[in-house]
Design a protein around this ligand. Structure first.
Ligand code: ATP
Ligand code: MG
Length: 242
């Protein structure tokens, strides 16, 4: 099973059908039913925007799709793997090898430079330090951060910090990138730069993206939008108009 979680094996799995599939997913926190039976299929290479009111269950859904939280009921299948059957260690391997994450506030490690932050996931997956720094440097360039490599997170603008977070999420070439309000703390110009940089890279690599946003301008970058309401994605919502 462990082998299934690494990219080498994954490439041999035919990419027919959805890369990520949620069926009747239920998640409770005590008395709160955050997800009340969500069905969702996400196609390989698709950029999906998830919208909806505060408290509707968007972040909970993302965490269930990404194997961060285990659903109380229903199933989540990622690339042929039933995530809810994995144990904690297998799920963390899956996240490290196959998934990338960006949050509203980059959550960069404050004592590491930008380039060191980007290299962390590579070091964790066993890439040698010199090679990791070389690849991290390449990602700085790709995201237009050429001069910022030696800066600490506190010395970066909000938009630069989010681009570092995007680089860190993409440096391992994940199959799916999950982003929870990645531009939520930025002004509109910085948000646009982050989204353009992100989109350029994921489109080139064929990365699937699930992005939570409140901002219709950010959602406009997506191939498709779904709206979460009261822990559900109402039927018919998210059907492509084209
Ligand atoms: N760890 C938790 N413990 C208890 N309740 C939680 C927890 N996480 C989420 N909830 C509850 O689950 C519901 C859905 O929360 P969630 O964070 O998924 O909403 P959201 O759509 O992401 O909202 P926002 O737009 O404000 O980020 C809310 O009622 C929330 O209070
Ligand atoms: Mg949220």
């Amino acid at each position: 099973m462990t082998a299934l979680l690494t990219r080498e094996t994954a490439q041999s799995i035919p990419a027919d059908g959805p890369i990520l599939s949620a069926r009747a997913v239920v998640k409770r926190f005590g008395q709160t039913e955050a997800l009340r039976g969500v069905d969702l299929d996400i196609e390989p290479g698709e950029v999906l925007a998830v919208m909806g009111p505060s408290g509707s269950g968007k972040s909970t859904l993302l965490h269930c799709l990404a194997g961060v939280l285990a659903p109380d009921d229903g199933s989540v299948v990622f690339d042929g793997i039933e995530i809810s059957r994995l144990n904690e260690r297998q799920r963390s391997l899956l996240r490290l090898n196959r998934l990338g994450f960006v949050f509203q506030f980059g959550q960069l490690l404050p004592d590491l430079t930008a380039v060191d932050n980007i290299s962390v996931p590579l070091l964790l997956s066993g890439v040698r330090r010199n090679e990791a720094l070389k690849r991290a440097d390449d990602w700085l360039e790709r995201l237009g951060l050429g001069d910022a490599g030696q800066k600490l997170p506190a010395e970066l603008s909000g938009g630069q910090a989010q681009r570092v977070a995007v680089a860190r999420a993409l440096v391992t070439n994940p199959t799916v990138l999950f982003a929870d309000e990645p531009t939520g703390s930025l002004d509109s110009l910085a948000a646009e730069q982050v989204m353009n940089a992100l989109l350029d890279q994921v489109k080139a690599a064929g990365t699937t993206v699930v992005i939570i946003t409140h901002d219709p301008r950010t959602a406009a970058y997506a191939d498709r939008e779904v709206i979460v309401r009261d822990g559900r994605i109402p039927a018919g919502n998210g059907v492509r108009s084209a």
